[in-house]
Design a protein around this ligand. Structure first.
Ligand code: IVH
Length: 675
């Protein structure tokens, strides 16, 4: 780019970012996702880094947030509330560590890793242990006085609990005000019942609640706080950040859980990755982790640039949201006959993946989002699941959008569509709807079920469409003549397919049960039912009450399975499958103890090498006893079995106070003593 182009792009980016900052911080109505803001901000930063002459003091890169609203009394922060630099990869983190080491003038350094809570930054001043003033960050120098609102925060103590030593005379705790996902959902449900608009996400809701002019409204919103540091202090505090967090906790202010201290770069990275893995299971939203130098005495030496300290950085998780346009809405008919609306999107890249479709779940969701075809929407990608539509960017409406009309008939077979009472889904009533059959077959042959290699979704559909497969049993009595002639199927692949169909007959009963695709019978439930009843014959005879009495199986599942049992064609199918040689009974060795044991429901982690058992055998024993195994240690872990040469998982368990036992003790508890 030539200089004038660069300058005008810089100008354009600044205007955009200022506008979005205002929408976010002052109006509390962001119109773009965070990831888009990050992208613009980084582009501006890069251009300014490459052209330092163009940097001006009012550039958003040189200021933090937006100016405070005039509706609140202004509060000058004694120490500025800083922002954080970002890294996005392991390389970025390593470069940051190298820079910190250089500025600190030493290689041995300790770092802390904390979750980066996605909420609103807050400053809480305690005088002589009593909560005195609460403020927002504002532009980092001047914030808004929101003391009355902060007093309504559920877990914010009005007075600090005295730890062993004296409480500092003045202590400014800094942290993030946020909402738990579960409480946010409950609040939204209540709002919906009261015909009030739902909030888009916990962060916006928290931000809006904190800046209410009437604290009674704030009090109705489930705000919480996590403290992550301190600002101004008059008195003594520890020099290590981790000790300060422990002090804050001891004083009664909640701090983020699972904060750890690391001096090794590999372990530090492992901790960042662990948070990425936990992210989806947390009851609060995080958009990354924050890494800080633990020894605060080094901070002046390491320094701060443009309101970002060099001694801390945020490892931002891959973007999970993007903005695009809904080009069409299509209805897919699932294997249970459910009508699943799917949005066709203008392709958009989110976190390195091109997204073309997103689920709209059901009719209620379309109504809730008030989404129209042609709308600009925010799309979210969470883990491996199909992306979902989060919200509509209403201000982008041109008037050309149109409503999606929910079908009264199945789009595949034309049969009536019915909505089951108490459920959000509508179903095609035709049990032999070809769309259902196609989906049922591809589920039956899938990995978690009968795992028939070579019979993928495409081929399974082709067999259904050609009339070769009309039921699960047909897979085992295929007429191979037309198949051998099929285009694209070589002799070898046909031979392989025959073999894998034959092999699949040996899949355990639980897999078969799961493969049948009975509504609400997932993998875990299938395991429980197979282990309890032991055979398809016993399952077929079981009454609804008997099914509901199986530990871990609820009323809804019992109802669904007994409805399935009641259909004659399903009984004929089970009979057919038995005649065809599938495993319709379990081996004695697969029988799971159905009476609860001391292991029932426990989450157990195995680490290190065991002497008398293989990892697989140990996991098998645990599963049979009713425990669940997991590969990583968290606070939710109940027990860690530690073998030889165990690594960080054992240490982590001890840090968390999770019980650890050795192999001997494990065998003893399993009542399998070898001597
Ligand atoms: S430390 C100088 N720690 O992220 C350090 N910030 O982009 C200042 N945040 O304004 C912040 N969780 O509101 C820190 N564990 C954490 C955090 C955290 C969330 C927010 C905070 C800050 C923003 C920086």
């Amino acid at each position: 780019m030539v200089d004038t182009d660069v300058q005008s792009r810089i100008h354009e980016l600044r205007e955009l970012i200022n506008r979005y900052n205002h929408e976010y911080h002052v109006l509390q109505q962001p119109t773009i996702p965070d990831a888009e803001w990050d992208r613009l901000f980084h582009e501006l930063k890069r251009l300014e880094d490459e052209n330092p002459d163009f940097i001006t003091a009012d550039s958003p890169t040189q200021t933090v947030g937006a100016a405070p609203s005039e509706a609140f009394e202004q509060v000058r922060h004694e120490a500025p509330m800083l922002s954080l630099s970002n890294v996005f990869s392991r390389e970025g983190l390593n470069e940051w560590i190298a820079r910190v080491r250089r500025f600190a003038g030493r290689d041995e350094l300790e770092f802390t890793v904390e979750p980066k809570i996605d909420g609103v930054a807050a400053s809480l001043v305690y005088r002589n242990g009593v909560f005195d003033r609460g403020a927002t960050r504002g532009d980092g120098m001047v914030g808004e006085n929101v003391t009355a609102n902060m007093r309504t925060i559920r877990d914010l103590p009005r007075t600090l609990t005295s730890p062993n030593g004296p409480i500092p005379e003045v202590l400014e705790v800094r942290g993030e005000v946020y909402m738990r996902r579960s409480e946010f959902d409950l609040m939204n449900e209540a709002r919906e019942e009261a015909a009030l608009p739902r909030f888009a996400n916990p962060r916006n809701a928290a931000s809006g609640a904190l800046r209410q002019l009437d604290a009674r409204i704030t009090a109705e919103r489930p705000l919480r706080i996590f403290a992550y540091g301190i600002g101004m202090v008059v008195g003594q505090i520890p020099f290590k950040h981790s000790d300060t967090l422990a002090l804050i906790r001891a004083l009664g202010v909640p701090t983020p859980p699972d904060t750890g201290v690391y001096s090794d770069a590999d372990e530090l990275w492992a901790a960042c990755e662990a948070w990425l893995e936990w992210r989806a299971d947390l009851d609060y939203e995080i958009d990354g982790v924050v890494i800080k130098v633990n020894d605060t005495r080094l901070y002046p030496e390491i320094g701060t640039v443009a309101r970002e300290p060099r001694w801390a950085t945020a490892f931002k998780f891959p973007a999970s949201q993007g903005v695009t346009v809904i080009e069409d809405i299509e209805i897919n008919v699932g294997r249970t006959g459910s009508l699943n609306p799917l949005a066709h999107l203008k392709p958009v890249e989110i976190g390195g993946v091109t997204i073309r479709r997103a689920t709209l779940h059901n009719q209620d969701e379309i109504r809730r989002l008030a989404v129209k075809i042609g709308d600009t929407v925010v799309v979210e990608r969470a883990g491996d699941v199909i992306p979902k539509i989060v919200s509509v960017v209403e201000e982008n409406r041109t008037g050309d959008e149109h409503d999606f009309i929910w079908p009264e008939h199945c789009p595949v077979c034309g049969s009536t569509v019915e909505r089951v009472e108490g459920e959000a889904l509508s179903y095609c009533v035709n049990a032999s709807c070809p769309a259902q059959l196609r989906e049922q077959i591809s589920h039956f042959v899938s990995r978690g079920a009968m795992d028939i290699e070579g019979l993928g979704t495409k081929l399974a559909r082709r067999f259904v469409d050609d009339g070769l497969i009309r039921s699960f049993a047909d897979i085992y009595r295929l007429n191979w003549e037309p198949i051998v002639e099929m285009e694209g199927l070589g002799e070898k692949s046909v031979e392989n397919l025959k073999r894998s169909i034959e092999n699949s007959k040996q899949r355990p009963l639980a897999r078969l049960l799961f493969g049948l695709g009975i509504r609400h019978v997932g993998q875990q439930t299938a395991d429980l039912i197979a282990a309890h009843f032991g055979s398809t014959d016993a399952i077929a005879k079981a009454t609804q009450d008997e099914i509901a009495a199986v530990p871990g199986v609820g009323k809804v599942i019992a109802q669904s399975l007994s409805d399935w049992n009641a259909e004659e064609r399903n009984q004929l199918l089970l009979n057919d499958l038995k005649q065809l040689g599938l495993r319709t009974e379990i081996d004695e060795s697969e029988r799971q103890s159905t009476t609860p044991t001391e292991w029932t429901g426990l989450t157990v982690v195995l680490t290190g090498r065991l002497e008398t058992l293989s990892r697989g055998d140990a996991e098998g024993l645990l599963k049979k006893a009713g425990a669940r195994t997991s590969s990583s240690v968290s606070r939710k872990t109940d027990l860690v079995i530690v073998g030889d040469d165990a690594g960080s998982k054992a240490d982590k368990a001890r840090d968390y106070g999770v019980e650890t036992i050795d192999e001997q003790e494990f065998l003893r508890r399993m009542k399998m003593d070898t001597d």
